[in-house]
Design a protein. Structure first.
Length: 106
């Protein structure tokens, strides 16, 4: 069972267990990670699940597809390591994945 490390903008870290086959968004929402939502249920149409993958993990994940790229154009503070976490399906290879959470919405 991979462990995922979520880091809040203030530096607080949360290490959570993730079942293989779940999406990164589902794991974040299940564990009440601040700043990550899943309003569309994971069908890549809301971008509330936006977060930042640690730079060393960017190339270890499947690349962003066209629909994810389009949705990321509308997020607040997009970065090269931005991902829609609903588009990342977790496997055992993701053990230790580090994800920086975005600033919470108001
Ligand atoms: Fe809506 Fe990811 S949950 S785009």
């Amino acid at each position: 069972m991979p462990k995922i490390v979520f880091i809040e903008p203030n530096g607080v870290q949360h290490v959570v267990d993730a079942a293989e086959g779940r999406s990164l968004m589902e794991v974040a929402v299940d564990n009440l990670m601040p700043g990550v939502g899943g309003d569309c249920g994971g069908c890549c149409s809301c971008a509330t699940c936006h977060a930042y993958v640690a730079p060393e993990w960017v190339d270890k994940l499947p690349p962003r597809q066209e629909d994810e790229e389009m949705m990321l154009e509308g997020v607040i503070d997009p970065r090269p390591n931005s991902r829609l976490t609903c588009q990342v399906q977790l496997t055992a290879e993701h053990d230790g994945l580090v994800v920086e959470l975005p600033a919470p919405w108001n």
